[in-house]
Design a protein around this ligand. Structure first.
Ligand SMILES: [Zn+2]
Ligand SMILES: [Zn+2]
Length: 185
């Protein structure tokens, strides 16, 4: 334990057992020295391990976390946009890797003829077998519909944000679209 002017300035993390500066520990008002008993690195590791487990096992938690992330993104739009500008290459490459199924679906549906001027393709499922099974929406309607949707990578379908229901059939998805377009919930 480091001591400076009779004050402890370091301590040993109970997880990694390394001696670290107090700055390397998150503050914890309940603790004697106002610090957590494990260091920031171990703290982060623990929360990300916990997140991974919950992500696998708890569908409701997963949805809640996505909502929190979405809220965070909305609140920090300006900052994120700025960062994105500098990271544009990385971002688009990551997008391509992460959303491979979306890119494939867009490619597969590219040649379908729009039924009206300005009609946009809307996928209810990004599974390859559904890539051409799309809804046609005006730009405005398309935007409105998406405010109720949250993409789920595992099922390649969307959750509806108002009820948390997974829209894993075309019928369920169509019902939401109708409700949004007629504003009848
Ligand atoms: Zn540690
Ligand atoms: Zn869409």
């Amino acid at each position: 334990m480091k001591v400076l002017n009779n004050r402890a300035v370091g301590k040993i993390c109970i997880i990694c057992k390394l001696e670290k500066e107090l700055d390397d520990f998150y503050k914890n008002k309940g603790a004697k020295d106002n610090c957590h008993s494990y260091c920031k690195l171990c703290f982060k590791k623990r929360s990300s391990d916990r997140a991974k487990i919950l992500n696998r096992t708890d569908g409701k938690w997963k949805l809640d976390r996505r909502l929190r992330c979405r809220k965070y993104r909305e609140l920090n739009k300006a900052n994120i946009a700025n960062n994105n500008k500098t990271n544009r290459c990385i971002v688009s490459r990551k997008y391509a890797q992460k959303n491979n199924e979306k890119i494939i679906a867009h490619r597969l549906s590219k040649n379908l003829p729009p039924p009206f001027d300005g009609a946009q393709r809307h996928h209810w499922s990004y599974r390859r077998e559904h890539a051409k099974d799309i809804f046609w929406l005006s730009i405005k309607d398309h935007g409105s519909v998406h405010t109720y949707l949250l993409y789920d990578k595992d099922s390649m379908c969307y959750y509806r944000l108002d009820t948390g229901q997974l829209l894993d059939t075309k019928e369920k998805h169509e019902k939401l679209i109708k409700q949004v377009l007629t504003n009848s919930f």
